[in-house]
Design a protein around this ligand. Structure first.
Ligand code: HEM
Length: 227
């Protein structure tokens, strides 16, 4: 039993489950961020109240901790697994490019993952760190209460063309990473039934395209609105 918990397959399953949990996190995060499309004071108030709820609600706090742990576990496990597989096969397959299961994404998951990790660090510094520890501006509501103005911080960040471009590029990396990652994770946990192999592949590609595309539309929209 102890040997199982130290086995490669157990680590692969954990990497797959943490990746699938992070994909679910992305769906929830995207749904919340769609509020940035609501304009005027109404949109600002709604987003700031949402941000306050997300940073103070105890149940959300637990979910956030699970998210941070999942990010760290996913990075450590996938790094470990890729070093282990390189050690086991120091000479690369010479025909890897012609293998039908091998795509540019599957061969470059490490590079894509590193880029996404860099994105997450910069992203959390810009918003999460500011919200929790920064010197935040406030929005004064009609009843006299004041709440942190994360809407102002977020919308102003995308006045910069460079920052907006970095987000769009990161969403391209996220799309490629999800394209191979979700497919591979479903296979690892045994959810890919052979008869439905093609259906799963198309569904995965669709998810991997749609989530990053809608994410990317937010900075593009805010950038254009700032012009
Ligand atoms: C492109 C549009 C995006 C926008 C406008 C956006 C906005 C935000 C904002 C405003 C926060 C701070 C909220 C808070 O502290 O509660 C936040 C937190 C966060 N974002 Fe994003 N985000 C975007 C995309 C992403 C993507 C693609 C990822 C992951 C690859 C991501 C990962 C995170 C994480 C891990 C947190 C911390 C969550 C927590 O503390 O529970 N975000 N985001």
């Amino acid at each position: 039993m102890n040997a199982y918990f130290q086995s490669t397959i157990f680590r692969k399953i954990l990497a797959a489950l943490s990746g699938l949990f992070l994909t679910l996190f992305l769906l929830g995060h995207l749904a919340g961020n769609l509020q940035l499309f609501i304009s005027g004071v109404e949109g600002k108030t709604q987003f700031n109240k949402y941000a306050l709820f997300m940073t103070t609600n105890p149940a959300v706090k637990i979910l956030s901790i699970i998210t941070y742990v999942s990010i760290l576990s996913h990075v450590i496990l996938t790094l470990y697994l890729s070093i282990q597989s390189k050690r086991a096969r120091p000479v690369q397959y010479s025909v890897s490019d012609s293998n039908e299961n091998s795509t540019w994404s599957s061969n470059n998951m490490g590079i894509l993952g590193t880029f996404i990790l860099l994105f997450i660090i910069i992203h959390m510094k810009s918003f999460w760190y500011e919200m929790h520890f920064g010197d935040m501006p406030y929005q004064y509501l009609e009843d006299g209460t004041k709440i942190k103005d994360l809407y102002l911080i977020t919308t102003s960040a995308f006045a910069s063309p460079l920052y907006t471009m970095f987000y769009v590029l990161s969403m391209v990396a996220l799309s490629l990473h999800l394209r191979h990652g979700v497919d591979s994770a479903l296979q690892t946990i045994g959810l890919k039934v052979p008869n439905y192999h093609k259906v799963f592949k198309h569904l995965t590609s669709f998810i991997a395209f749609i989530i990053p595309a809608i994410f990317a539309s937010i900075p593009i929209y805010l950038f254009i609105k700032n012009l």
